[in-house]
Ligand binder design. Structure first.
Ligand code: SF4
Ligand code: SF4
Length: 281
């Protein structure tokens, strides 16, 4: 890695669900439309990350669980999510712009047989559509269910953190378009410091549920290059609570398989020697 590692800090407490990030991502990366279907159950009609949705603003529309704080006005922040909550305080909308996590230990990259997935000089993980052979190994390898194949040709696609823009010294299109700075882009260490301060600020303002997700370099994927400030448990946002790099056990498995193969070969050789010896007598 020749450049400083960069990433995204997505502060969901100030997301207003405008989906400007989704649109900017689609426009800059020339991503095709993905069905334009209406769910009839939610204002969120893109529904999930996928081959043609590299940013997805999840809307969690539900009755506010007992004991959960209604967001107060925070100095220097926005009142984004409490304006979306009914005045009676019974419902809540949580919004979170989800994306590829650009994992420190990226299983998608580990299993790619063609080198289509690679780690860039910025520490991000990029898939190259002209090298992908459509084998699909990366899809079950991702612990977050981020990467997907396009149905018509099987090639895999996901967020590249606007690799072309980074190369030109520009920030990713989603971060540039976000009107509330819910998506912040920059050097990862700097973002982690900023995120810790923001959590403190929210705790002081009476939002004890505020927490970081994916920021810890000691977690099961070595920390994410795209991490989040959440206002509830990760499961509420559809995120795995304790993600683990799915290729973690591969070296041990290969070691066991090698030992088993050696024992088998040893057994065959012993049988061969014994049979040959008997033949001579
Ligand atoms: S989130 Fe999934 S697709 Fe993105 S880098 Fe991690 S393993 Fe790969
Ligand atoms: S552009 Fe910013 S405020 Fe709008 S949906 Fe995306 S993250 Fe939320």
């Amino acid at each position: 890695m020749s450049e400083e590692r960069v990433g995204f800090f997505t502060d969901t407490s100030v997301c207003i669900g405008c989906k400007a990030c989704e649109v900017a991502c689609k426009e800059w990366n020339a991503i095709p439309e993905d069905g334009l279907s209406l769910t009839a159950m939610s204002y969120d009609n893109t529904q999930a990350l996928g081959a043609s949705t590299w940013r997805h603003v999840a809307f969690i529309e539900q009755p506010r669980p007992d004991g959960r704080t209604q967001l107060p006005v925070v100095e220097g922040g926005s009142t984004a999510q409490e304006t979306a909550v009914g005045g009676d305080g019974e419902l809540r909308w949580l919004m979170s712009s989800d994306v590829c996590k650009h994992c420190t230990h990226a299983a998608c990259l580990d299993v790619c047989p063609t080198g289509s997935l690679f780690r860039t000089e910025f520490g991000t993980v990029v898939v190259q559509e002209d090298i992908c052979n459509g084998c699909g190994y990366c899809v079950p390898a991702c612990p977050y269910g981020v990467i997907e194949q396009r149905p018509h040709d099987g090639r895999a696609f996901k967020c590249t953190m606007c690799y072309d823009r980074l190369g030109a010294g520009q920030e990713p299109a989603c971060a540039k378009a976000c009107p509330t700075e819910s998506i912040q882009f920059g050097p990862l260490d700097e973002l982690r410091e900023r995120a810790a301060l923001r959590v403190d600020q929210l705790h002081e303002a009476g939002v004890p549920e505020a927490r970081l997700y994916g920021h810890d370099p000691d977690d099961g994927v070595g920390g994410d290059g795209a991490f989040f400030l959440l206002l509830d448990e990760p499961e509420v946002y559809g995120l795995p609570p304790d993600p683990v790099v799915t290729t973690r056990d591969l070296p041990a498995m290969w070691k066991h398989a090698g030992a088993a193969a050696l024992s088998l070969l040893g057994g065959v050789a012993a049988c061969f020697v014994a049979t040959t010896g008997r033949g001579r007598r």
